[in-house]
Every structure is written in structure tokens, then in C-alpha cells.
Ligand binder design. Structure first.
Ligand SMILES: NC(=O)c1ccc[n+]([C@@H]2O[C@H](COP(=O)([O-])OP(=O)(O)OC[C@H]3O[C@@H](n4cnc5c(N)ncnc54)[C@H](O)[C@@H]3O)[C@@H](O)[C@H]2O)c1
Length: 308
């Protein structure tokens, strides 16, 4: 007899699943028995018109492997589109059990050159996108007494980097959104978690100062050691009943490593009977706490070791 699969009977929407991390999650969720709505705007990287959109190609791959899936080309950035996406899941497969928010764009710029349009579009796709799809699913989750949300956040927000203020703000917004949903909807059995992935994709950065050959060797190594498929098991687990008591957490995945991130709590305290003035704070608080300040490390400083 074949073994029960993690996602048998579940219906899952994966946004941005035409490529990268979302595609890997959609394929694994389907292989684990889920019926999958494969959402993606449908733009190929080089912009060329193809017979099948990236989302349709993923659907075809799932069907060829014996799974069930449909494509959806709506934008997560739009409220009505997200409502339609969830309706399509319910109309086609009869229910909705999980949403994985993986759709994303980058519009990098150093802060003093960050234009309003690039701030807004990134916030729209990532933060409004996660809100729109989660909120559209929430009514169904509440009615059926359960559901799971998984959102992709980023070390660009959790730790930091250069030239990504729009993206970091959106990704930290998602952390707060997820934490709040996990609290508001716990009474209905709804869970919400974040993953900060590291995976070779079209969002990958190049490394300044390397020769073209060194650059190619570096990228090839990262292509092999940080694959989107290595993020998928954690995302699928968090959608499944095997994680039924896991909510409000921030996980990470890179290569064969998985991480649990801490969440801010006060780490130092000082009191002064007569209260504080700016000057007494300067004299006492700053020297007392200086060694506890979070250093201006970037993601690459904190992840100083390579994935294996
Ligand atoms: N790859 C990494 O190392 C990494 C690191 C940190 C965070 N992330 C996050 O993980 C997620 C997936 O990243 P990826 O590397 O797979 O990126 P990717 O560019 O390969 O995939 C993102 C997909 O989202 C789609 N998309 C963009 N706007 C959309 C919209 N409005 N509606 C629907 N689909 C839309 C794109 O067409 C694309 O196929 C993103 O949220 C990203 O911010 C990735």
C-alpha cells in the first residue's frame, strides 16, 4: 500500500510559482498530494511570448507527474485579483487550505535615489500582495476552522543590506503581518509563518570585484548548493497538518541548512528614579548599552560561511 502523503486532500495556492522558489514549492506540494493553484503574472524573464506561460508550464509538469493543478495569472498586488484567485481555488477544487506567498519583485536603489514609484511597487507586490491573498483566504479559513499561511520574508529586512530599503520595509512588514495573523486567527485554527529563503534564482546578486571567470564559477557553485528545491520541504511542512502547532515563527532555509530566527525582545533595561533627560540618557544609557547595540552587519557578514 502506498504511504499517505503530507498534503493529501489539501488545496494550496502558491503565488509567484512560475519560477524560482514558488515553482519548487508548487511542484513539491503537488508531489505530496496537494491540488495546487499555480499563480504567476506570466512574464518570462526575457519577455518573449511563449506558447505556455511559466505558470502553465508548471501546471503541465505537475499533471505529467500525475498531480492536479491549475494556472492563475492574476496579480497579487490587486485586492480583486487576489479574491478571484481564492475563488478559482474553491470553484475548481472545492476548498482552500493553504496559501504560500512567494510572488516578488526587486527595484533596488540606494536610499537617496529611491523613487516613489519603486518604493510603492515593491510594497504593493510583497506587503499588499501577502495581505491581499491572506485576507481573501481568511474568510474560508475561519468558516472551515483551519488554514495555513506561509510568507517569504528576507534577510534583507531581518538583517540588512544596501540599496534595498523598499524591499526590506516590505519584508519586515510581512513579518509583522504574519505574527498578527497568527495571533488574530489562532482561535480559528489558522497558522501563519515566515521563511527567509536563500536560493539561487533570477534575484541573485553578482559579486563585485570578481573576474568574469571567477564570477561564473561563483554563480555555478551557488546554483548547485542553494537550489529553490531545498526551500520547498520547509514550506510544504508548514502548510501541512504535521506543523499543526507551529505558528507565528520566522524560519530560514539555505542549501541543506534550516534556521529558526529570534524575534525582538528587550535585552537591556535601565531606570532612574528622577526620570531621564536627553543628557542623562547620553551620559548613562549610551555607554552602558554600547556593547549591546546590534552592529551594522549585512547579510553576507552574518552568513559568513557557504552553504554545503
Ligand atoms: N531567492 C532568494 O535567495 C530569496 C531571498 C530572500 C527572499 N526571497 C523571496 O522569496 C520569494 C521568491 O523569490 P524567487 O527567488 O523565487 O524570485 P523569482 O523572481 O524567481 O520568482 C518570483 C515570481 O513572482 C512573480 N511575480 C512578480 N510579481 C507578481 C505579482 N504581482 N503577482 C503574481 N506573481 C508575481 C514573478 O513573475 C516570478 O515568477 C520572493 O518573495 C523573494 O522576495 C528570495
Amino acid at each position: 500500500m502506498s504511504q499517505a502523503r503530507t498534503m493529501d486532500g489539501k488545496v494550496v495556492i502558491v503565488t509567484g510559482a512560475g519560477g524560482g522558489v514558488g515553482k519548487a514549492i508548487a511542484l513539491l506540494a503537488a508531489a505530496e498530494g496537494a491540488k495546487v493553484v499555480v499563480n504567476d503574472l506570466g512574464v518570462s524573464l526575457n519577455g518573449e511570448k511563449q506558447a505556455l506561460s511559466p505558470a502553465e508550464q508548471v501546471v503541465q509538469a505537475i499533471q505529467t507527474a500525475g498531480g492536479q493543478a491549475i494556472a492563475n495569472a492574476d496579480s497579487v498586488a490587486d485586492w480583486d485579483s487576489a479574491q478571484r484567485m481564492v475563488e478559482q481555488a474553491v470553484d475548481t477544487f472545492g476548498r482552500i487550505d493553504a496559501v504560500v506567498n512567494s510572488a516578488g519583485i526587486l527595484r533596488d536603489a540606494i536610499f537617496h535615489k529611491l523613487e516613489p514609484a519603486d518604493f510603492e511597487s515593491v510594497i504593493r507586490v510583497h506587503l499588499f500582495g501577502a495581505y491581499n491573498t491572506s485576507r481573501a483566504a481568511a474568510s474560508h479559513f475561519r468558516a472551515q476552522g483551519g488554514g495555513a499561511l506561509v510568507h517569504m520574508t528576507s534577510t534583507s529586512g531581518l538583517i540588512g543590506g544596501l540599496g534595498q530599503a523598499n524591499y526590506a520595509a516590505a519584508k519586515m512588514g510581512i513579518v509583522g503581518l504574519s505574527r498578527s495573523i497568527s495571533m488574530d486567527m489562532a482561535r480559528f485554527g489558522v497558522r501563519s509563518n515566515c521563511i527567509a529563503p536563500h536560493a539561487f534564482s533570477r534575484m541573485i546578486e553578482s559579486v563585485p570585484g570578481l573576474s568574469p571567470e571567477e564570477q561564473e564559477r561563483y554563480l555555478e557553485k551557488r546554483r548547485q548548493t542553494t537550489r529553490p528545491e531545498q526551500i520547498a520541504p520547509l514550506a510544504v511542512l508548514l502548510c501541512s497538518d504535521q506543523a499543526k502547532d507551529v505558528s507565528g515563527q520566522i524560519f530560514g532555509a539555505r542549501g541543506n541548512e534550516v534556521y529558526l530566527y529570534n524575534q525582538p525582545r528587550p535585552i537591556r533595561t535601565l531606570q532612574r528614579g528622577e526620570g531621564w533627560t536627553p543628557s542623562t540618557l547620553a551620559e548613562q544609557m549610551i555607554p552602558a548599552w554600547r556593547t549591546s547595540f546590534t552592529p551594522a552587519e549585512r547579510t553576507k557578514d552574518v552568513f559568513g560561511w557557504e552553504a554545503i
